[in-house]
Design a protein around this ligand. Sequence first.
Ligand code: NHW
Ligand code: EN5
Length: 388
Amino acid sequence: RHKFWETQPVGQFKDIGDSSLPEGPIELPIPLSEVKQEPYNLPDHYEWVTCDINSEETCDEVYNLLAHNYVEDDENMFRFNYSKEFLRWALQPPGYFKSWHIGVRVKSSKKMVAFITGVPARIRVHDEVVHMAEINFLCVHKKLRTKRLAPVMIKEVTRRVHLENMWQAAYTAGVVLPTPIATCQYWHRSLNPKKLIDVGFSRLGARMTMSRTIKLYKLPESTITPGFRKMEIHDVPAVTRLIRNYLSHFVVAPDFDENDVEHWLLPRDGVIDSYLVASPETHEVTDFCSFYTLPSSILGHQNYKILKAAYSFYNVSTVTPLLQLMNDALIVAKHKDYDVFNALDVMQNETFLRELKFGPGDGKLHYYLYNYRIRHALKPSELGLVLL
Ligand code: NHW
Ligand code: EN5
């Protein structure tokens, strides 16, 4: 069934439920001198390129490949449209390796036709902090599909990760592969219901009119929580303390230090938004919420070309109820003209989704680890990790 994945050090379907298998690495590291030193072979006429995402021209090419060939929903109505600024942010966290930003070009024309990336991350699994690669943006041009190029791309990124002495990876996908550590549900909160219905993202509910629907999703003009404000650079130490403590409660979660928090959570226009509440007495940060910006192209619509979506990222509440904190996040997102606010049922998100009028989407997201076995699949609420 899975000619490629059956050959890889990942949990196999046949092993599900086998409690004799140990938790942890499936294969042991080998000496770096024994890691294949040359790139894998590509079909004739194609060549590997290491992408300099800081180059305007390369970033444009990657952006265009993804904007036309990356992930679509199951009915091909929407396609992710990651912005160039977002790609630069996603691909250059502390300690990133340029060699993990891998393109494939046509030799003659130099046209970019495939892409895959890794970025380094420390991810804790139970009590073990593992140095991993987060793999994302695997994309093969529509005209080159089903020619088994993806397995070559995956093997090549694996080789380049090994060359940096890392042996595990984390990734998510909308498709089922051997074998998910968790399966999560996408939820959607309408902010601009009329547009969402017009473009086919959502439907008018039974016994609902447009005006009743607009009223249903109405939000207050301004945020409710006293002291709710944008995160600033001087907040990094306090946010790091808050988030580290919170993430320690999940089975799988990133091990963020101050540099990671500055990179991943400090606000960047049109990329990442973060808000917090600080105690006026102690100045300690008690509550935090964040969302990233990922628009989708609307495929083949007369009037609308882009759906502006916010995706819930990391949220922590210790004083302000999470429900109220997330309601304020919705109010901010509405003000900033997002059409929809998306979230997964990870961490404690289930405690606010229904109450804040999120509805389940038609998409699922499966989480995977490469070369690390977990004995039992996790509930979404045991996951403290959000990938972009
Ligand atoms: S998930 C988004 C993936 N991208 C898209 O869906 C974009 C649109 N689709 C495409 O571009 C986020 C193509 O359909 C792709 C497949 C390129 C997906 N992950 O070349 P073939 C990520 O980026 C397997 C993993 O003929 P294709 C995460 C498939 O099961 N494997 O197919 C990426 C089959 O193997 P099997 C996937 O349609 C994580 C083989 O590919 C997959 O032309 C990568 C068929 O290849 C997916 N999303 O191209 C893994 N989709 O065994 C990282 C299909 O079943 C692992 N396949 O025969 C860790 C590496 C690092 C380790 C470090 C120690
Ligand atoms: C790796 N970083 O299917 C990511 N999205 O539900 C790669 N559905 O937007 C993996 N089909 O349900 C990505 N509207 C996997 C996801 C791929 C994209 C995807 C789903 C997630 C999605 C929308 C639109 C469906 C259009 C037809 C959806 C319903 C919204 C409704 C709002 C009102 C309350 C009920 C729900």
